[in-house]
Design a protein around this ligand. Structure first.
Ligand code: GAR
Length: 209
């Protein structure tokens, strides 16, 4: 059994951008918290706000290039990132990885090695609107509800077992920006809640399939 552990879990957060979900995780699980705290932040983007947020709190934070699939046909860039990531994941004895706005896809081997210990947040009510620009997809589809999903990562893109979802209304006056802000507020509640469920052993990869 992976979780619960009989000690605080060591989290890694992977983020490509500004890191507001990282902030939410940090404020729910500050240093010394009995359930978990963030021990590592990794990014594919040297300019990610998430790196600075980590470093100002004294959390180890590293960046390593991870080229987009189109520019990495042989997958060597991805392999190099994964090797680097595994090095720090082991050095920091990480129990659970949280992808928080991490815009790259891992290999099957990486996903399998971390199965049940690798979470992602996506700004749609999966299985609707996978992939890029889910808020735009929601507006174009004229749905009346949107939201966010925290799920375990599996071999697919935005397809793994769902841990929890939060819903928001979509208004006729919404722009991609206004809808994204409304969803993001819910993301900041959803991610810490999902992490808690996983660490308490209440949501498991197999059990929520
Ligand atoms: C969030 O909306 C997150 O759900 C999304 O990127 C944003 C990152 O914001 N992730 C994806 O689209 C992954 N497919 P943040 O950097 O402020 O946390």
């Amino acid at each position: 059994m992976l979780f619960p552990l009989n000690r605080p879990a060591r989290l890694a957060v992977f983020a490509s951008g500004r890191g507001s979900n990282l902030d939410a995780i940090l404020s729910n699980f500050p240093k010394g918290h009995s359930l978990a705290s963030v021990s590592l932040v990794m990014s594919d983007n040297a300019d990610a706000g998430a790196l600075e947020k980590a470093l100002t709190r004294g959390i180890p934070a590293y960046t390593f290039p991870f080229p987009a699939r189109k520019k990495d046909k042989d997958g060597l860039g991805r392999k190099a990132f994964e090797r680097e990531a595994e090095h720090y994941l082991e050095a920091e004895q990480i129990d659970l990885i949280c992808l928080a706005g991490f815009m790259r896809l891992f290999s099957l081997e990486f996903n399998e090695r971390w199965q049940g210990r690798l979470l992602n947040i996506h700004p749609s009510l999966l299985p609707e609107f996978k992939g890029l620009h889910p808020q735009r997809q929601a507006l174009e589809s004229k749905v009346s509800e949107a939201g966010c999903t925290v799920h375990f990562v599996d071999a697919g893109v935005d397809t793994g077992p769902i841990i929890l979802q939060k819903r928001v209304p979509v208004f006729a006056t919404d722009t991609e920006e206004s809808l994204s802000v409304r969803i993001l507020e819910q993301e900041h509640l959803a991610y810490p809640e999902a992490i808690r469920l996983v660490l308490e052993g209440k949501a498991k990869f197999e059990a929520v399939l």
